[in-house]
Write a protein that binds this ligand. Structure first.
Ligand code: BGC
Ligand code: BGC
Length: 980
């Protein structure tokens, strides 16, 4: 049976009919105005949810329903600040009191001992933004929307709902699968992780992680990796890839999932994400920009996972949101991404997947996003509220609990449309967005055979509905299609270019395959002796895919863990690659692949060269390794790696041997325990290289690839240097109220921006990395194409989105068809009965003002107008060919005051605004024409030269004072300086 038929024809759990009650009471402070002195009437006016007549009606529902509802009501109450609740009328107050008591009991039972203390979130709440903007306003999507509208207008209500809702965790082959419309040949979509390869699949490539890709600073490789990943998805029958990740952005150095993204800077993240998206979507696969937004740590990221009833609230101010966290998403939308995944956490006390300001306002209106918003897995915490706030697809479909088959949408969305809680045009828009996205990447041309692998078994034959307790149907689920092509070459290139050389005293690197370098005197007449040390140089003892989603640190570290990890098809460990690389005639190579040296000293004392491998691992919060619960506990090298390096350095050649340290890591690490030891001559930060790890490190160690990786984060001398706000919140604070609060109080000052502002010397700065050659910059040229002007031109209006008739079908038409075969727990759009479907017209919702910063993909098109070009020449003055990364940083006028308001505007010392990796041949003299020097040019846009003005709600370019323009090789090595 084709997968889409199966969804249409089967049925899930008993559908509760009081559904919208939960939704109406859902804790989304979007229902409140942000003004603290708003009256109840104001709130009613702004709130399309909280005060509708159905709310009262459902309150008097039958016993069982009330009991069921009150649990969720309790949750709802939990997130509504006390100050607000005081304003309710006595009758309602009673109800709230009861639910509050229930909530408290539940919370305490859930271990949320801190929760009894109710407080108002520090950063205020998220303002409302309604109604959801309709997709189809962007000319670049016109054709796709036309075709989509043709299809959607033929769909029935249940068919539409089917598209919006997942079928339930592990009910089909992929980690996410929505419903199909077989009648109109719209297939079920397979959504699969993740950012570094095809999760839960065979015959695929384990690519280097995002952080390694970021460290290449190579746009072409970013694109190539995306394209290869997209191609594999296509060959495996994946419609929607759940990547790239650009949030977490890297605010917290120890954040567990930073490695899935590209580095701790919005411009680096944005460019890498856009390149990846282009690559993926050119292969006809839908890309997903995730996680929107503020999911900067794993602790408390999701309700229940951490024994808490509500997820953490990332409290982000509007300017930091725009200039830091939303920035790469804007670039992704501009690159045409068709899907965005909203995150688990709350933002300013409103769940990201029901935050109308973020979804309707920022993403869809201001950034002009035309695709569909899908929830992270169980990040949807409300039904009606999330629909109205702009969520378009719920994943994996299950409701408030994992695998419960009890969706917040599915039948409940059908019911909510019929009874007027969700306007039909909202569902039409959800579906049109999904179908238009499908056309936009050309999936209408696919043969639609569905995925040819199963996420749940490696056997050829397996269950068709793994998650169903009742359905045991089996079939061929794995066809073992080899999707790898020659992608290992890209893996190796990215891994080598994503390796950052941070120390290289006496040019100890590159190594010579013969051991002693030409001209250097051999220390003895025997062979050159090399020993490789450390667990991180070997394969894991129990197989490369032993731990679920790579959730352990054994052997060489080539990936972090979690949904972003894949099964390795193979893994080239450093030891065997290094052994193979040396010339055995001249070199004697041995190893000690443990992190503790043996008692016998020979293994270390007898060496000319010691290569030590150490690492630091982290991952996603649903899994832990040792005491690392997703987020790292500190920035140390793990598993006594520091001691190993120190012991080896002490013993190597009796203290006279050279030591090379290779660090595989999920992100920034502390190197202080060994970095200054004199015979630790070279240190390489190899990030997370993927399956070609050993080959890639050999390429760099021996100089086959001249290192050109640059740090995508700062390496500090001590963790505290990242600033007081840079710590993961490991424990809730007593003042948190009902959900852990995380205030992004540092605003714009993360990573290098903080170090620069506080004038702290890092160990190695953002953007830093060495080469085996030297480069020089000269001839800075700044050319104005336009003068300064504060605001972008007026927002263009765009084209008209499709419209549909708004009459509702007879509720009976939404009932389960007669004799319908239901698969236990499967999520269906059909109703059990017509109860609760009588229609009450919703109050009209006032239109929130459209953003002047909007009007095109990624925002107002004028924001992307080139205002300046900056160019410079780069010369290779050293002995060998190589690539370098030329970086452009902009300093906004310091001491700037807004001429209109007279208010001072604070700016970081400098911000990255562009980079180019350029390959330059060694000196012209030896190479004749063409070698030695290259020209680099940057286009600097209006957005690059603007800050987000919270009052004007627009990007504003300072027109007074001078911009500093710096071009260089890192955030602190900026030899070319100019002004504009
Ligand atoms: C992760 C997402 C992932 C999803 C599906 C979630 O827990 O946060 O990044 O795409 O699971 O596996
Ligand atoms: C799933 C992941 C998901 C996580 C969320 C796991 O069981 O495999 O895909 O990200 O749960 O908590």
């Amino acid at each position: 049976m084709a997968p889409y038929e199966s969804h249409q024809l089967r049925r899930g759990k008993y559908a509760r009919l009081d559904a919208p009650t939960d939704d109406d009471l859902e804790p989304t402070p979007t229902r409140f105005s942000s003004e603290s002195n708003a009256t109840l009437e104001d709130l009613e006016e702004h709130d399309p949810l909280a005060f509708d007549s159905k709310l009262k009606r459902k309150k008097s529902a039958g016993d069982l329903k009330v009991r069921k509802a009150s649990f969720k009501d309790a949750e709802a109450a939990a997130a509504i600040p006390y100050a607000r609740r005081k304003k309710f009328t006595p009758g309602r107050c009673c109800c709230w009191l009861l639910t509050f008591v229930a909530a408290t009991v539940l919370l305490l039972a859930a271990g949320g001992i801190w929760a009894y203390k109710v407080s108002v979130p520090v950063d205020g709440r998220s303002p409302p933004w309604y109604p959801a903007p309709k997709g189809g306003a962007d000319p670049a999507w016109e054709e796709s929307y036309k075709k989509a509208a043709e299809l959607v207008k033929q769909m029935t209500l249940v068919e539409k709902v089917n598209i919006t809702t997942g079928t339930g965790w592990s009910m089909e082959m992929c980690v996410g699968n929505n419903g199909a419309v077989p009648r109109l040949k719209f297939p079920q979509l397979c959504l699969q992780d993740g950012p570094l390869g095809i999760r839960f699949a065979d015959n695929i490539t384990a690519f280097p992680a995002g952080i390694t890709v970021g460290a290449t600073w190579n746009k072409e490789l970013m694109y190539q990796r995306g394209k290869a990943h997209g191609k594999e998805a296509r060959l495996k029958g994946v419609n929607v890839l759940l990547g790239p990740a650009m949030g977490p952005l890297g605010r917290l150095p120890a954040g567990g999932r930073n490695w899935e993204g590209f580095g701790s800077d919005p411009v680096l993240q944005g460019i890498a994400a856009a390149q990846t998206i282009k690559g993926i979507q050119e292969e006809g696969v839908m890309a997903t920009a995730k996680h929107w937004v503020g999911n900067e740590q794993e602790h408390f990221r999701q309700a229940r996972e951490w024994g808490i009833p509500n997820a953490i609230s990332s409290n982000i101010d509007d300017r930091a949101l725009h200039e830091i966290y939303a920035w790469p998403f804007a670039d992704s939308v501009k690159a045409g991404v068709v899907s965005v995944m909203c995150s688990y956490n709350q933002v300013n006390s409103s769940y990201a997947c029901a935050n109308s300001k973020l979804l309707n306002g920022v993403l869809k209106d201001e950034l002009g996003f035309q695709g569909f918003v899908q929830s992270d897995w169980l990040a949807q915490r409300s039904g009606v509220a999330s629909a109205l706030a702009g969520l378009d697809m719920t994943m994996p479909g299950d409701g408030l609990r994992w695998s419960n088959g009890d969706s917040l949408w599915g039948a409940r969305l059908t019911q909510a449309v019929l009874n007027g809680s969700v306007p039909i045009d909202r569902v039409d828009d959800m579906v049109t967005r999904v179908v238009a996205s499908w056309y936009q990447v050309g999936q209408d041309k696919w043969s639609n055979e569905g995925p040819n692998f199963s996420s749940w078994t490696n056997d050829e034959v397996g269950k068709l509905h793994e998650g169903s307790p009742s359905d045991k149907t089996t079939g061929v689920v794995n066809k073992f299609v080899n999707a790898q092509g020659d992608h290992k070459d890209i893996v190796r290139k990215v891994a080598a270019e994503g390796t950052v050389l941070v120390k290289n005293e006496d040019n100890v690197l590159p190594l010579s395959r013969k051991g002693h370098k030409d001209g250097s005197k051999s220390k003895r007449q025997t062979k050159f002796r090399v020993c490789v040390f450390g667990e991180d140089a070997r394969l894991p003892y129990d197989g490369i895919n032993k731990c679920p989603d790579q959730s352990c640190n054994d052997g060489t570290l080539a990936s972090g863990w979690g949904s972003g990890a894949v099964d390795f098809p193979y893994l080239v460990e450093p030891m065997s690659a290094i052994r193979a690389a040396f010339d055995k005639e001249n070199v004697y190579i041995t190893d000690w692949l443990k992190n503790k040296l043996p008692k016998q000293k020979e293994i270390v004392e007898d060496q000319d060269l010691c290569i030590v491998f150490v690492n630091s691992d982290a991952g996603e919060g649903y899994l832990k390794w040792a005491d690392v619960r997703g987020d790292r506990n500190d920035l140390s090298i793990q598993k006594d790696g520091n001691q190993l390096v120190k012991d080896v350095a002490k013993g190597c050649g009796k203290g006279k041997g050279d030591v090379v340290v290779v660090v595989h890591t999920v992100g920034t690490v502390n190197l202080e325990e060994f970095i200054d030891i004199p015979n630790v001559k070279a240190v390489l930060i190899a990030n997370l290289p993927g399956q070609e790890s050993g080959n890639a490190i050999v390429d760099v160690l021996f100089g086959d690839v001249n290192p050109s990786g640059r740090l995508p984060y700062t390496i500090a001398k001590k963790e505290e240097d990242f600033g007081p706000d840079s710590k993961v919140k490991y424990l809730p604070s007593p003042s948190d109220g009902l959900a852990p609060q995380q205030n992004f109080s540092e605003g714009l000052y993360i990573d290098y921006r903080h170090f620069d502002k506080q004038d702290i010397a890092p160990r190695y700065e953002f953007g830093f990395g060495l080469s085996y050659t030297q480069f020089k910059l000269s001839s800075l040229l700044i050319r104005s194409k336009h003068g300064k002007s504060p605001l972008p031109s007026a927002r263009p209006s765009g084209i008209a989105p499709p419209t549909y008739p708004t009459d509702l079908p007879d509720p009976k038409s939404a009932l389960f068809p007669k004799d319908f075969h239901k698969v236990g727990k499967y999520i269906y759009p059909y109703l059990e009965s017509t109860d609760g479907t009588s229609f009450t017209a919703p109050e009209p919702v006032p239109q929130s003002p459209l953003s002047e910063a909007g009007g095109g993909p990624g925002g107002n098109p004028d924001l992307y107008t080139t205002i300046l070009t900056v160019s410079a020449s780069v010369t290779n003055t050293g002995p060998v060919d190589g690539a370098t990364v030329v970086q452009l940083y902009i300093s906004f006028p310091q001491g700037y005051k807004d001429p209109e308001t007279g208010e001072a505007v604070d700016f970081p010392v400098r911000v990255l605004r562009g980079f180019e990796k350029v390959f330059v041949e060694a000196g012209k003299q030896e190479h004749g024409n063409g070698g030695g020097r290259e020209l680099v040019t940057f286009d600097v846009t209006r957005k690059d030269l603007s800050y987000w003005d919270v009052k004007r709600q627009n990007w504003v370019m300072p027109t007074e004072g001078e911009f500093g323009i710096s071009v260089g090789f890192s955030s602190r090595d900026l030899p070319l300086q100019g002004t504009w």
